[in-house]
Design a protein around this ligand. Structure first.
Ligand code: NDP
Ligand code: MG
Length: 404
């Protein structure tokens, strides 16, 4: 019996994880479920999955949850505040931690899991983007197992030799072909992108995901973050990775070896496949995902990304090559700009403008420790917020001028 903690259980990845766990109650037990403030959803999840502990970061929401659980007669303990996330991760009965909090908020509990030597199922790509060298070092030092959940990275992991080590380039590898769906605006003309709404940006053609990653998919920043993620996970450089747009989202990525073999992992676009793979690895368990109808699918197509319409991918490549604190700065500027877009204060096409403005003012510095990362993250968010304040209300065609 393995004990599982889900960081971010009320989100999209969290819910898919619970769906897989419910199919394997003989082998998996929920130790703790955690969320920020969604007490209603967490209460439902507690009723169904009976965790030992439920954590809400928001104190008022935690109070409501405790009352509801008591009234329902459940023994689940409620903890509150950020420190409780680290606490449940470190419990001796926790074997596996699903890191599925969105954004930089997931950084510290993800580190807690890595340092405690747990099996770390990493969906929270922002943690690796912000502090890849430190996280890989923490995993190595504690002997933790790091298994990627991001569908592309899980696909790559599945195509690597069994002896592959996190952070080390596998022998014989020539390059990685990182597939991208292209998002909801793949065919949208450049002049229409300025006016797209958050609802349109979040309507992904193939995947149902949280709002932040949905916007990242629409700008192609998601692929840029994934490129940086892949560099850390597999010990490669940005030049070892080719991004390929594959609108059907059936091939989840490919690994090319020196001998010319290209190995791919295919399947329906459903996060329960990588989640089930990581929970059961090195075994392979049933996940509830429909079998792939490859004949019905008919055609699989591949094309190069359009960096002019989607400049975020190029900005991420630039940050990846610069290294040091640059990816942290990129991530902070992106999170700030995306939230502002979702809140209706920024145009879709101003997201890369803000990120570029922040990168242009920054220089890459070494990454000695987490405190440096957190300070750089704060400063970059402030810089992005300042730029957004100058852009708010500016006409789209005067945006570049507003930043100059
Ligand atoms: P969601 O927005 O659906 O869920 C986010 C989860 O994180 C919720 O449980 C939320 O709680 C919790 N959360 C948010 N902020 C905080 C905070 N400050 N402190 C503690 N908990 C917090 O996100 P997704 O599930 O879509 O994505 C999660 C991560 O997985 C992201 O890093 C994303 O990039 C990655 N990922 C997601 C994929 C997908 O298919 N969705 C695919 C590949 C990677 P609450 O509900 O209370 O706000
Ligand atoms: Mg992905």
């Amino acid at each position: 019996m393995k004990g599982v903690v889900i960081l971010g259980s009320t989100g999209s990845v969290g819910a898919s994880t619970l769906d897989v766990i419910a199919r394997h109650r003989d082998a998996l037990r929920v130790v703790a479920l955690t969320a920020r403030s969604n007490d209603a959803r967490l209460f439902e999840q507690c009723l169904e999955h009976r965790p030992d502990v439920a954590v809400l970061v928001d104190w008022l929401a935690a109070g409501r949850l405790a009352e509801q659980l008591q009234a329902a007669g459940l023994a689940t303990r409620v903890l509150r505040g950020e420190a409780a996330l680290d606490e449940v991760v470190r419990l001796p009965e926790t074997d596996v931690v699903m890191a599925a909090i969105v954004g930089a908020a997931g950084l510290l509990p993800t580190f807690a899991a890595a340092r405690a030597g747990k099996r770390l199922l990493l969906a929270n790509k922002e943690a690796l983007v912000m502090s890849g060298s430190l996280l890989i070092e923490a995993v190595r030092a504690s002997g933790a197992q790091l298994i990627p959940i991001d569908s592309e990275h899980n696909a790559i992991f599945q195509c690597l030799p069994a002896a592959a080590v996190a952070g080390q380039r596998p022998p014989g590898l020539r390059r990685i072909l990182l597939t991208a769906s292209g998002g909801p605006f793949l065919g949208t003309p450049a002049e229409q992108l300025c006016a797209v709404t958050p609802e349109q940006a979040c309507a992904h053609p193939n995947w149902v995901m949280g709002r932040k990653i949905s916007v990242d998919s629409a700008t192609l920043m998601n692929k840029g973050l994934e490129l940086i993620e892949a560099c850390w996970l597999f010990g490669v450089t940005p030049d070892d990775i080719e991004v390929v747009v594959h609108p059907q989202s059936v091939v989840h990525s490919m690994v090319e070896y020196l001998a010319g073999s290209v190995l791919a992992q295919l399947g329906n676009p459903d996060m329960r496949t990588p989640i089930s793979h990581a929970l059961s690895w090195p075994e392979r368990w049933e996940s509830g995902v429909e079998p792939l109808d490859i004949v019905g699918q008919g055609r699989l197509t591949f094309e190069a990304p359009d960096l002019e319409r989607f400049p975020c991918l190029g900005l991420a490549q630039r940050a990846a090559r610069a290294g040091g604190t640059m990816p942290t700065i990129l991530n902070a500027a992106n999170e700030t700009a995306v939230q502002s877009f979702l809140d209706g204060h920024l145009n879709f096409t101003s997201i890369p403008t803000v990120i570029e403005g922040v990168l242009n003012c920054a220089a890459a510095a070494p990454v000695p420790n987490l405190d440096t990362i957190l300070a750089v993250d704060r400063a970059a968010r402030q810089a992005a917020a300042n730029l957004i304040a100058r852009l708010d209300g500016a006409a789209p065609d005067s945006v570049a001028g507003a930043l100059g």
